[in-house]
Every structure is written in C-alpha cells, then in structure tokens.
Design a protein around this ligand. Structure first.
Ligand SMILES: Cc1ncc(COP(=O)(O)O)c(C=O)c1O
Length: 409
C-alpha cells in the first residue's frame, strides 16, 4: 500500500516515538510538564507476542486508508414506505437502505469494523493472508477492503451461494473456496488460515466485539439521527434479522446506552436455531440443514447473537419472506434481497399489533441488500418452482394486510 498520508501521520507518530523512550517529558492537558517513566525491558520474555518491525507504519497507513474511505461515504437513505392504511392509524414504516453501501449490503459496515479490529489488534500486517466464512455478503465487503490494502483474501462459502456474490468477490480480487454446506465454512476458513499463518476474521464470533455500539455513526445512531424530524421520531420498534447477530447486538446495546424506549425485534427464517435459542435460553441447539434465506438464520447459536438484548422474535416462513420481497418491490420500486423480506414480514405483524392496540408510532427496518444479487434464485420463477413454492396465496394475503392494516392468518 502506498504511504500517501504522511501529513496525517506526523501528529500521532510523535506520541508513539515518545512512549518508546525509557523516560520522557510529557506535557499534560493543564500545561504541567512531568516525567514519565516507562520500564525498560531489555530482553522480552519468549512467550510475548511483539509487534513486528516496520509494521506500525503500515498499520497506521491502513487504518487511515479505511477511515478516509469511510469519510468519503454518504449515509444510506431512510425511506418512509407508502402504506396509507397504517399511516391513517398513526403507524409509519421506514426502511434504511443498506444496499446502497459501495459493496451493496449492510455488511459493508461490519467488514470495515472487522478490518479495523484486526488492524488495531495488531493481527493484520502487510503480508497477512485473510480468510472469512461467509454466506457471501460479508465476503464481498471484505474483498473490497482487502483490495484497498493490497492484501490477499479468500472467502469460504457454501456451494449454494449465489453466482452474483461470487462474481462480486472475484471483481475485488478475492478468491472463493466453496464447501459442501454453510455449517462447514467456519472450520474450513480457520484451517486454511492456520495452514498459512493467515488471519481468520471469524465474523460469527467477532461481529459483536468489533462493532462500536456506543455510536461512531453505527447503524443504530444513524437511524436515530435520520428519524429526528419524523412525527414519531423515537422508533417504537426496530426490526432486523440475524446472521452473525452483530447488527441486533449493536442496536440492542445502543438502545440501552441511550436509554431509548425503542424495542428490538429479530426476525428468524426457517431452518435456523436463533428463535428457539431465544425462547429456551439454550445456546447448544443445532440443526443439520441451513437457511434458504442467504445471510440470515444459522444452524448453531453464533457467539455474536445476544438473545438477552432482543425484546421479541418472530419466526418467518420462507414462503412469506419471498412473497414479502415482491410486495416491497411494488411499494418501493426496487428489488430487495431475501433477508429484507424476512424483516418486513415481521415488521408488518408488529405494525398490525400496534394498530389493533391503538398504538401510534414508527417501525424501522433494513434493506439489507439488493435483489439484483438474487436474479438466479429468489427472482427466478424456475428456482421458486423447483423449490416447491407457490407465492400467489401469500402475496394475496400480504396485499390484504397492507391494504387493511389488519393481520390475517
Ligand atoms: C443479506 C444479509 N442480511 C442480513 C444479515 C444479518 O446481519 P448480522 O450478521 O449482523 O446478523 C446478513 C448477514 O450476513 C446478510 O448477509
């Protein structure tokens, strides 16, 4: 990576050099100069993992490079969805369009956080090979940042991942290593990384750690800022789904940190253990089969999923997810991905409950990624038929619910 950020580095690097001296004069914030004694260690204990020489400059440049890219980004748009039947009852529905990130999904935020976490933890270096287990979206975003830093990146994914995601990863110079099923991806990525001394991002473990839940323009903070001028500015509900569980953990923590009265709902697809784990408190649950909704629903309770932060969960049948995607397409004039359908179906249920109880307020959810990534699956009639789905009755039911603001089972 080219060091073109010299001017930014002058400030921080003085501090760094000073702290390396055994003893140095430091000026405190009130202007007093005092002696700072740093213990001198002549030979480090053998087990200590030390920074490698020359790395600090590269890491500093890499951190600046990613921060500069983030600075160039605009916020993602928050749409108010046109649903007159609900609006008449004082219930407004919003969708934050996370598909408009440079790499097309909400995973752009996570990938940036995972890179930052690896860099500032001194785990990613100039020559580190990078690996991730992914259903595709995170890997596309990680490939983007890897190319930015000139690092090699390999995505380990189930062979069922969409062709569009594979092409996007390859576009950014990433490699794709396909395994039989999603449940094998993490162990395989870990194995590949340890074989070559590389770094395994491990989004399913690290998502909740790497993301800044206090603010720093995280997804929760930007929702609250963008809602400021709405008639119900503090959302009654935020509805998301869970892959790593990182998004729900960040929002759940932020709500408590801000003392907001907003409730958090997580929508779970079929073939996922999150809902059952939330109901029973059992984190050991596993499943053999994987979720059909790419990016969400897992066969085991991932470490980043924190059920104690979730106020409500809904299990959404896949057929309702797919019918809801089409409804959102007709309401917004844009194609959305599968997990957005899952989110919106759960949000619809919440909005109907609010109307039934006479509650007014706003409900916010996410467009996680765009439908363009699923042209060969969810938006392909042959694929739907091959999987045995008939969406028509479900689309009719959703129309009826949206037009009446009443829930029909
Ligand atoms: C398309 C899509 N939507 C939603 C999610 C869920 O986000 P999180 O991993 O933060 O739980 C993912 C996760 O991979 C995803 O790929």
């Amino acid at each position: 990576m080219k060091s073109h950020l010299e001017k930014f580095r002058q400030g921080p690097s003085h501090g760094l050099r000073m702290s390396r001296r055994a003893s140095s004069k430091v000026r405190s914030h009130n202007g007093t100069t005092f002696q700072h004694n740093t213990p001198v260690i002549t030979s480090p204990p053998p087990s200590v993992c030390r920074p490698r020489s020359g790395d600090s400059t590269w890491i500093r440049d890499a951190v600046f490079e990613i921060r500069a890219d983030s600075h160039r980004s605009a916020d993602t748009h928050l749409f108010r969805v046109n649903m007159p039947a609900f609006q008449r009852h004082g219930v407004d529905f919003y969708l934050k369009d996370e598909s408009s990130h440079p790499t097309g999904s909400l995973k752009h935020r996570l990938a940036r956080s995972l890179f930052m976490y690896g860099l500032v933890s001194n785990m990613i270096h100039e020559d580190t090979e990078l690996f991730e287990a992914s259903s595709g979206s995170t890997a596309v975003s990680e490939a983007y940042f890897a190319r930015m830093l000139g690092l090699q990146f390999t995505a380990v994914m189930s062979k069922t991942v969409s062709e569009e995601k594979i092409r996007a990863i390859q576009f950014y110079g990433g490699k794709c290593h396909l395994v039989e099923s999603a449940s094998m991806a993490s162990s395989e990525a870990e194995r590949l990384a340890s074989e070559c001394g590389g770094y395994f991002f491990n989004q399913f473990r690290n998502a909740e750690k790497a993301t800044d839940w206090r603010g720093n323009n995280n997804i929760a903070e930007t929702i609250f800022t963008q809602m400021e001028k709405e008639r119900s500015s503090e959302p009654a509900w935020i509805v998301v789904s869970a892959g790593t569980g990182g998004t729900s953990a960040t929002i759940g923590r932020y709500l408590r940190y801000q003392n907001a009265s907003t409730k958090l709902c997580v929508a779970d697809p079929e073939n996922s253990v999150f809902y059952n784990a939330w109901c029973t408190g059992d984190r050991t649950l596993t499943l053999k089969s994987g979720s059909l909704v790419e990016g969400i629903g897992r066969p085991r309770v991932e470490e980043s999923f924190l059920p104690q932060l979730v106020d409500e969960m809904y299990k959404v049948p896949d057929v309702c997810t797919f019918a809801m995607m089409r409804k959102i397409n007709s309401l917004l004039g844009r194609k959305v991905g599968g997990s957005t359908g899952t989110n919106c179906f759960a949000a619809l249920q919440i909005m109907c409950n609010m109307v039934a109880k006479g509650e007014r307020g706003s409900v916010v959810s996410l467009i996680c990624d765009s439908g363009e990534r699923y042209a060969h699956t969810y938006y392909c009639d042959d694929w739907m038929a091959a999987k045995g789905f008939n969406l028509d009755p479900h689309s009719e039911r959703i129309d009826k619910i949206v037009n009446s603001a009443r829930w029909y089972s």
